[in-house]
Write a protein that binds this ligand. Structure first.
Ligand code: ADP
Ligand code: MG
Length: 208
């Protein structure tokens, strides 16, 4: 079972990783976008951190909803609304819950990803965050169905997300700003797929 304070730690840990990797994420976005992905997410998650104290003791749905609203209001660009939608759908799945089972956590990931794809219309192979998220969610589900423990499920999900992230390198972008480059987008790793891997890695650190 995951507690609300572990979920809060997940968000704090993601904020920390984003701030540490801000320049790297922005550099990836400089290659195929407008050099703001790291700065965008860092602005959003630093704003989330200012609400950390008021979130202590709140249920998990409220925590995710606050993250969602903060990202949607503070982050311009594609990634704010997309990560915002992830957390908004997660907040619906976790409404009024103080604890999450492994199956509940899967539902968070699955509903969150569905929010991203319904909003952004990207499919695997379009060179976006979906290329990391979707195989990760599928790997988590496979483990859940096999009765694997949480640690193994999450670790396989991270491995799948990393493979998905690397798979974006040769792809031509079909969604978002990078798609304006056409064939010139090939040969570069997608920034959003990279920040998505960090989201799962932050979970491993926070939950262990
Ligand atoms: P912007 O492109 O508006 O500057 P960011 O730089 O913050 O926004 O985020 C870019 C990332 O957003 C991309 O690397 C990609 O992963 C993701 N992205 C862009 N459009 C979509 C979409 N339609 N669906 C899913 N992800 C997308
Ligand atoms: Mg950008």
């Amino acid at each position: 079972m995951l507690t609300a304070s572990q979920i809060l730690r997940w968000i704090e840990q993601y904020a920390k990783l984003i701030s540490e990797q801000k320049d790297y994420l922005t550099q990836l976005d400089a290659d195929i976008g407008d050099a703001d992905h790291g700065a965008n997410l860092d602005r959003g998650f630093q704003a989330v951190l200012t609400k950390k104290d008021e979130l202590a003791g709140k249920d998990i749905g409220t925590i995710f909803k606050t993250v969602a609203m903060t990202l949607i209001s503070k982050v311009g660009g594609a990634s704010g609304p997309l990560y915002g939608t992830f957390f908004l759908q997660a907040s619906v799945a976790a409404a009024h819950k103080d604890k999450l089972s492994e199956a509940d956590f899967y539902e968070i990931l699955e509903k969150g990803l569905a929010g991203i794809t319904s909003r952004g219309k990207a499919k695997v192979g379009d060179k976006t965050m979906v290329d990391a998220f979707q195989p990760a969610v599928a790997a988590f589900k496979r483990n859940l169905d096999e009765g694997a423990d949480f640690e193994k499920s999450l670790s396989d999900a991270i491995d799948a997300a990393e493979r998905g992230m690397l798979s974006t390198i040769p792809l031509i972008a079909r969604k978002g700003r990078a798609s304006y480059l056409g064939e010139r987008s090939a040969g570069h790793q997608d920034p959003g797929a990279t920040s998505s891997v960090l989201l799962l890695k932050a979970a491993r650190t926070a939950f262990s």
